[in-house]
Design a protein around this ligand. Structure first.
Ligand code: 4AD
Ligand code: MG
Length: 467
């Protein structure tokens, strides 16, 4: 076969230099046709669109054509020609075909219309479907958007550790990291495990958040963000929870509650606009096949001003709804942790806009949130989104040493793990604020996919760590 420099399908489909000899490589999506001529739809993952290969059967052996099955990998040399059929401007008139990899009829992606559940069982192959190709190209684009946003706004990308000894959220949902022999654990006279011989010489876990280390960096570099995997051993089998998910966590010195809310809103809008500007083909596909309201919803979020709503007012709205006959499964009262049905009522029915809820009761929020003068509430913010519920959790941080210490003591947080965090409040403390955005929750919103397991390549959930 003649050596011709490969063109990616995404670039090829833009070319108009008809008559040129080109090479494409990719996987067969379909082959159809008559006794004289076959049409191969070839996809190489660079775009949702396939290139059509026209095969004049008189020029190719039966043995070769027989190997051109769904899923097979081909290299094709041919002439770029204007396409007469509708859909695409150009196609390839095949001159030479090499089968790089055959694919027999046990290939599970023969037909269209598999369920998402089935595709999860073949997560090693599902990126080859149109839907997952689109989702993972958008996932890449959202990561790029995040880095661009922060870079353009003067934030530094700061890498926080994945292995840690502190539980940022204090929720006790950490996966332990150990090299101890679990069949032969040494214990002291109280029955507690002795960690002296463990790898780190103490109990260590996978991080639930990079925030605490991010705060250290913000008090030095001014504005930072961390973007990496986080781990939570919460036994939540819901369409919105993963045991391993990616979180984006900016932290900004000298920011107050209003700066924080402005940043949250501007950041999300930037990411959504990026998708609209850079992922058009994939969004149009998802809009057609997965969620008919998708593009309109994305457009709307970019144009809408988010509602800013103190928790106490939110509770009043929910109580009024109940008084008016609305039924919720879980009770509503001042002090309750809102359930997703409550959040969705506010966002989808009452306001029909994203809501940034603020000033939560301190009892339902983490120790690090800045305490308000009322003694009851803290300056936490949750950004609540249609369909998703909570997409961001953040707060102004308690920068006052004594107040922070009092809270740490009240909550019985082990002091010996916290000394370095408290040091920032001793040495030139400053007001600062930050948030965490669940990357996969953002992707749920941007792709219109219904289950968080379908926006990460290899989901980790309770009883599932395959692939
Ligand atoms: O609200 P969370 O727990 O906040 C924090 O971890 C803070 N330390 C962030 C900060 O202020 N720097 O988590 C932040 C976000 C949530 O709003 C949600 O979008 C996502 O992370 N999230 C999850 N996403 C998928 N699966 C899970 N189990 C998640 N838990 C939280
Ligand atoms: Mg939260």
């Amino acid at each position: 076969m003649e050596t011709i420099r490969r063109t990616k399908v995404v670039d090829l489909l833009k070319r108009r230099d008809f008559g040129a000899m080109v090479n494409v490589k990719g996987w067969v999506r379909t082959r159809r046709g008559s006794k004289q001529v076959n049409f191969i739809a070839l996809n190489d993952g660079s775009t949702i669109n396939n290139v059509q290969i026209v095969v004049d059967l008189a020029n190719f052996s039966d043995e070769l054509v027989k190997l051109v099955t769904t899923g097979a990998c081909l290299s094709v040399n041919g002439e770029l020609v204007e396409s007469l059929g509708s859909g695409q401007a150009c196609e390839i008139q095949a001159r030479e075909i090499e089968v790089l990899g055959t694919c027999d009829n046990t290939y599970p992606l023969q037909k269209k219309g598999h369920t998402m559940e089935f595709l999860r069982e073949i997560a090693h192959l599902r990126p080859r479907t149109n839907t997952f190709g689109a989702v993972f190209r958008i996932r890449h684009n959202m990561a790029i958007a995040i880095h661009r946003f922060f870079h353009e706004h003067g934030f530094f990308y700061f890498h926080t550790p994945l292995i840690t000894a502190s539980d940022c959220e204090g929720a006790g949902q950490m996966f332990q990291v150990t090299t101890l022999n679990l069949y032969d654990l040494k214990k002291d006279e109280n029955g507690s495990i002795i960690y002296d011989d463990d790898f780190f010489g103490k109990q260590a876990s996978l991080t639930v958040s990079g925030q605490l280390e991010g705060e250290l960096a913000a008090t030095a570099l001014g504005a930072i963000y961390t973007f990496g995997p986080t781990f939570r051993a919460e036994n939540s089998n819901t369409p919105r929870h993963l045991a391993e998910f990616w979180m984006v966590e900016p932290e900004v010195a000298f920011a107050d509650l209003h700066d924080l809310m402005d940043l949250e809103e501007e950041f999300i809008k930037y990411c959504v606009q990026w998708a609209l500007d850079n992922c058009r083909d994939d969004l149009e596909f998802l809009n057609k096949m997965v969620d008919k309201g998708l593009i309109e919803r994305l457009q709307k979020v970019v144009e809408t001003e988010f509602v800013r709503l103190p928790y106490t007012e939110g509770i009043k709205i929910l109580e009024d709804a109940i008084a008016g006959g609305h039924k919720f499964e879980f009770p509503v009262y001042w002090g309750c942790d809102l359930a997703s049905e409550h959040e969705r009522y506010l966002v989808e029915q009452h306001f029909q806009k994203p809501v940034i809820m603020t000033d939560y009761p301190k009892e339902i929020k983490a120790f690090y949130m800045k305490q308000n003068a009322d003694g009851k509430t803290v300056q936490g913010t949750d950004v609540l989104f249609p369909q998703i519920g909570e997409i961001i959790g953040g707060s102004v941080r308690e920068e006052n040493y004594d107040k922070l210490m009092t809270r740490i003591t009240e909550l019985n947080i082990p002091m010996k793990d916290m000394w370095w965090y408290l040091d920032t409040r001793k040495y030139g403390t400053c007001p600062h604020a930050g948030f965490g955005l669940g990357f996969e929750r953002l992707l749920l919103f941007v792709t219109g996919m219904a289950n968080i397991r379908d926006v990460i390549p290899f989901p980790r959930t309770p009883h599932n760590a395959d692939f």
